[in-house]
Structures are given as structure tokens and as C-alpha cells.
Write a protein that binds this ligand. Structure first.
Ligand SMILES: [Zn+2]
Length: 252
């Protein structure tokens, strides 16, 4: 059975939509992830876990939306940065296309923390229109396991945690020999207790927040398997849930 929307014919899609009201949309970013990781890290991870989950649950999965809210990384070459408003509307219109065919429950698999606010805003707006959107983030879903397996300094952007997952998924595009360890520096105003809208370049020169040289394929594989089983559970819970039970309504 096909689960990827772009691989189905319209007749096959019609058959899916006639029987199901749930779908998965992976989203991510194309942004710097240190000298060792591919720019596509966030969307490639979201794509991989979403597609594996679709296979295991039989739930329809869309192509990954690769570009996200990344302007804070733009001083590093190759980062593609979309405004929160444009990103939110693009994902929203994608969801509304699915709703036209009867989809009422959508699991967004988000690979990039910077997309979260726009996605939550969108989820709230769509809930008011009768569409339930959940936002799944792999690092939150298996937070306890990650805290057990990685030291705090290995858990930052492009550090060992993320690099390990990349190594497990696509070692051929990770340059482990270029991995570095860099402690993020504090801006002078920050030291004074002032909150600043900082860009990555203000805090690190390499783009790595913390320690990345301890990354390993084995750890990455463990994380991936735990993430996929959490996502399968998440999708199955929503698959069974009645849409009425997920909607907002006036207080009784
Ligand atoms: Zn990332």
C-alpha cells in the first residue's frame, strides 16, 4: 500500500481520503548546522521519521516542506530563511488543501525549533475551523532518553545529539572529521541581564552550540528508533480519536 501522497495517482488518493481523515506533514529548515552537518539536517530528519511512521501506520504522508524560519542563521552561507508569516501561511494552505478532501486531523512533524511559534499559531487558528493539528518535535518527544544519553553540552544546535542522528540516517553527507566543540559565548548586554534577539553568529563562530565531536552512529540509531516509536504511538492515538473530542467548544 502506498503512503506517500506524491506517489499516488488521484484515484488512489481518492480511495485513501474516502476512508481516512488523518495525514502527516513533515516540515524543517535548510540552515547551517556547523561545519560537519548538511544544511538540510532539520528537514531530512523530519522527512525520515515521518515517512517511516507512515509506513508503519498506513497514514498518508506528504512531501517534506524543506524551508523554515531560519533568519537567525543567515550569516552562515546557504541558509534559506522564510518569514514566520509566509511559512505559517504556506503550511496552513497545505493543511487546507487536505481538508478539502476530508482530512480533519494533521500531524506536523517539525524538525526545526525555529518553526514552532508559527506552527502553534497556525494550529490554534485551524482548530477554530474544525481541523486538529498536532505538532510533533522529536527532541521533545524523547526528551528523557536524550537527557540520559547526552550531556547538556552535547544537546545544543548541531552538537553531538543532532550529529549522531545525522550519522545514523545519512553518514555519507556528514563530515565527521570537521566536527568541532565550541562553547557558545555570551553577548556583553546579555551578561548584564538584557534579553537580545541574538543571531547564531553572535554566539558561535562555527555554528555549533557545544560539543559535537562525541557524536556516534550507535547513539543516533537508538534515538531514531525511540523517536519513530513515539511518533507511531502519537499517530495511532490521533487516528483513533474522534474529531469532536479534539475540538474546542463553549464551556458547559
Ligand atoms: Zn537542527
Amino acid at each position: 500500500m502506498k503512503v506517500m501522497l506524491h506517489e499516488m495517482s488521484w484515484a488512489e488518493a481518492k480511495e485513501y481520503f474516502a476512508k481516512n481523515n488523518i495525514a502527516i506533514i513533515p516540515v524543517g529548515s535548510n540552515e547551517q548546522h556547523g561545519p560537519q552537518n548538511p544544511l538540510g539536517t532539520d528537514h531530512l530528519i523530519a522527512k525520515a521519521i515521518a515517512e517511516e511512521t507512515a509506513k508503519r501506520t498506513g497514514v498518508l504522508c506528504l512531501q517534506v516542506i524543506p524551508f523554515g524560519v531560519s533568519s537567525h542563521h543567515k550569516q552562515f552561507w546557504g541558509t534559506v530563511f522564510i518569514s514566520p508569516k509566509a511559512f505559517k501561511n504556506y503550511v496552513k494552505e497545505t493543511c487546507l488543501s487536505l481538508e478539502y478532501y476530508g482530512i480533519k486531523k494533521i500531524v506536523i512533524v517539525n524538525g526545526h525549533g525555529g518553526n514552532r511559534c508559527a506552527l502553534m499559531d497556525m494550529a490554534r487558528e485551524l482548530r477554530e475551523k474544525g481541523i486538529f493539528v498536532s505538532v510533533f518535535q522529536w527532541w521533545d518527544a524523547v526528551g528523557r532518553l536524550l537527557a540520559d544519553r547526552f550531556k547538556p553540552e552535547e544537546r545544543g544546535h548541531a552538537a553531538a545529539e543532532e550529529t549522531s542522528v545525522n550519522l545514523a540516517l545519512h553518514p555519507q553527507i556528514v563530515s565527521v572529521d570537521k566536527a568541532v566543540d565550541e562553547e557558545p559565548r555570551k553577548h556583553a548586554a546579555e551578561v548584564e541581564g538584557i534579553t537580545l534577539p541574538l543571531d547564531t553568529v553572535d554566539e558561535t563562530s562555527s555554528g555549533v552550540f557545544g560539543k559535537s565531536t562525541t557524536a556516534s552512529v550507535e547513539e543516533g540509531k537508538k534515538v531514531l528508533e525511540a523517536v519513530v516509536s513515539e511518533l507511531v504511538r502519537h499517530v495511532n492515538v490521533l487516528k483513533k480519536a474522534k474529531i469532536e473530542a479534539l475540538m474546542q467548544k463553549p464551556k458547559v
